[in-house]
Design a protein around this ligand. Sequence first.
Ligand SMILES: N[C@@H](CCC[C@H](N)C(=O)O)C(=O)O
Length: 287
Amino acid sequence: MKLTFTKMQGAGNDFVVLDAINQQVDFSTEQWRRLADRRFGVGADQILVVERPTVPGCDFRYRIFNSDGGEVEQCGNGARAFARFVSDKGLSRERSIRVQTMSGIIAPRLEDDGSVTVDMGAPVLEPAAVPFDAEGLEGHLEGRDTLWPLPLHQGVLETTVLVSTVSMGNPHAVQVVDDVDTAPVAEMGPQIEQHLRFPKRVNAGFMQVLERKHVKLRVYERGAGETLACGTGACAAVVAGIRRGLLDSPVRVSARGGELSIAWAGEGEPVYLSGPAVTVFEGEIEL
Ligand SMILES: N[C@@H](CCC[C@H](N)C(=O)O)C(=O)O
C-alpha cells in the first residue's frame, strides 16, 4: 500500500506528516523507524500523525513518533507544522485549532506573517511529575528554580552538571553553558538522555544566555539525537532561565536551524511558542 506524506520543517527540525484521516496509518516501531531513516526512508527527526480527536472540544488528535520509532507526548515545532498541514490540506478552515495530544490539549494559531504561535500549556515543574527522581539528592536553589546535580563522564574523568528539570508534556533537563558552540553536546547528550534519574529518559538542553531576552540553544533530543531546533526544548530552557532569574519574557531563542520566540508570564501560565512551519515536498512511499 502506498502512503502519501508531506515533508515539513520548523527551524530545521524536520518531520514526515501523515494524514491518518483519509488513509490508513498503523505501523510497527520498525516501520516508523524506516520512514524516519535518512537513507532507507524519507528521513525525519519526528513523524507526525493527524487523526480525528477522541475527546470532546478538540479539532484533531496529534500523535508523535521519534526517529527511533517510540511514540512520545509532545513536540512543539511539530505542532506548528501540524497547524500549517491541516490548513494547507483543507482539513481545517480555522486559523486557531485545538489539538489533543498524549499530554493534554495545545492550541496552535496561524499568524498573518506565515508563522505559527502555539499555546503549549503550562510547564510542569514538580520533579516527580517531569519525571525526575530527586530522591536523596540535594538541590541548589537559584531564584525560584532548583538545580539538580547529575554525575556524568567526560572522557575518563567524572564530572557533575547542574540541570533544571521541566516538563512541557515531555521531559527536559536544561543546563546553562558558557559557549553553546563548544558545549560537549555529543558526549553529554546521550548520557543525560539515558540517565537513571529520568525514568522516561529526557531531552537534554544546553543554553547560552546572550542577553536577558536572547539565548542560544542546542538540544540533544530523546529518541532523535541532536536536532537543529527543539520547540519544547526552547520552552523548557526559557522557563528555566526565567525561574533562575536570568531571562525576561519574551525571549528570542537562536537554534542552529532558525529562530524561535518564547513568551511566558510565570508559574501556572501557558508558554507560547512562535516560529516558522514550512512544507518542503510531498511524496508517496511503499513501506
Ligand atoms: N522536536 C520536538 C520534540 C520531539 C519529542 C522529543 N524528542 C521527546 O522525545 O520528548 C519539539 O520541537 O518539541
